[in-house]
Write a protein that binds this ligand. Structure first.
Ligand SMILES: *Cc1c(COP(=O)(O)O)cnc(C)c1O
Length: 373
């Protein structure tokens, strides 16, 4: 039984008719860039994210770049963020000439540790980027209390958390702006690249809208040096179909995650597996189901041998990436993130995963840990 880490083919099979019709509709219209599908998606996403505005862009990385620009991040500014995330979170900061300041993570949730933020704030700190890692939000309201005192902006990197909630409020709706990625493997995935900025701030929305289209409000009149970063109509049409399923899919992921927790309880009780840590106020969308084990290599090898996908998130924390060598951070400087990088890995967890497949995954995990069972 082959069990991939994520089964996009199974998903497509379930919605093929609707997707094909949506793509066909765009092909017939021959309106490919900035048209009715994109506008409709923006309205539907703003409503879904419970924000005033949503602006489609080319990918989640550009969403970060354009949002940072709209927050007036300039060369030399400092931006506090987590080292335990996908590279783009800090890459975009550096790309603008600003300085990523990495703060260690919480050992339970693996999100930015809010207790360590204050001591990293300097006169140059302009923004904080919390990342809702693996689909579980952190407490942005609590972060806002600190940030407001120093007039620091909050940009939520919600690439992995579309639809997630914290005390009932949606990912992306609590900071000054939030960014989403529709990379194909994300919970709401396009069939190519796409991303979005969500915000309740009319000025941020306006700046992002202008920057994504060559700094231009009126065709051939350019007020800013901008970018070409648009979400195209085919992707928008596909995303509109998938958005209608998202709540149901996210709920299915939560059900699978809860089932893994039960199936893995024995291994967890023996201390060989650490289950994903929960914040009781957060409703996760389980972009990934990530466990920890000191015996990660053995387990992953056994899973691969049985045709089961698993993957390490993330093998190298950002402060130890070669690209960030110039920041001068040494191994041992952010021990919690480094520990997670050594032990964490994701198991298959997606709406289409069957009970039988899930049992098989756990059977192989236990076989790797305890021999024949
Ligand atoms: C996927 C991801 C991004 C980048 O999104 P792209 O659409 O691939 O550019 C940024 N931040 C996080 C946390 C991500 O997971």
């Amino acid at each position: 039984m082959q069990i991939p880490l994520l089964d996009l083919k199974a998903q497509y099979a379930l919605i093929k008719d609707e997707i094909d019709a949506a793509v066909h509709r765009v092909l017939e219209s021959c309106h490919f860039i900035l048209g009715p599908e994109g506008r409709a998606l923006e309205e539907e996403m703003a409503s879904f994210c419970e924000t005033q505005y949503a602006i489609g862009v080319a990918n989640g990385t550009d969403a970060l770049t354009l949002a940072l620009l709209a927050l007036n991040i300039r060369p030399g500014d400092e931006v506090i963020t987590t080292p335990y995330t996908f590279f783009a979170t800090a890459e975009t900061v550096a790309q603008l000439g600003a300085v990523p300041v990495f703060v260690d993570i919480d050992p339970v949730t693996l999100n930015l540790d809010l207790n360590h933020i204050k001591i990293k704030i300097t006169a140059r700190t302009k923004a904080i980027i919390p990342v809702h890692i693996f689909g579980q939000m952190l407490d942005v309201e609590r972060l806002t209390e600190v940030a407001d005192r120093y007039e620091i902006s909050i940009l939520e990197d919600a690439a992995q958390a579309v639809g997630a909630r914290y005390r009932g409020r949606r990912a992306g709706s609590l900071g000054h702006a939030g960014t989403l990625s529709f990379f194909p493997t994300k919970n709401l995935g396009a069939y190519g690249d796409a991303g979005m900025v969500v915000t309740n701030d009319a000025r941020i929305a306006e700046v992002v809208r202008r920057l994504r289209f060559h700094g231009c409000d009126k065709k051939y009149y350019h007020d800013d040096i901008g970018y070409n970063s648009r979400l195209d109509e085919i992707q928008a049409a596909i995303l509109r179909v998938k958005l209608r399923y998202l709540e149901q899919w996210n709920e299915a992921r939560r059900v699978k995650a809860a089932r893994y927790d039960l199936l893995l309880a024995d291994a967890a009780g023996r201390g060989d597996i650490v289950l994903p840590g929960r914040d009781p106020e957060a409703e996760s969308v389980y972009h990934l189901y990530v466990v920890r084990s000191r015996r990660r290599e053995e387990i992953m090898k056994a899973l691969a041998g049985a045709g089961i996908g698993s993957a390490v998130y993330y093998p190298v924390p950002l402060h130890l990436q070669k690209a960030f060598e110039y920041l001068g951070m040494k191994p041992g400087s952010l021990p919690v993130a480094e520990g997670a990088s050594e032990e964490a890995f994701a198991l298959p967890c997606y709406p289409e995963l069957t009970d039988e497949q899930q049992e098989r995954v756990v059977e192989i995990v236990e076989k790797a840990l305890y021999g024949v069972i």
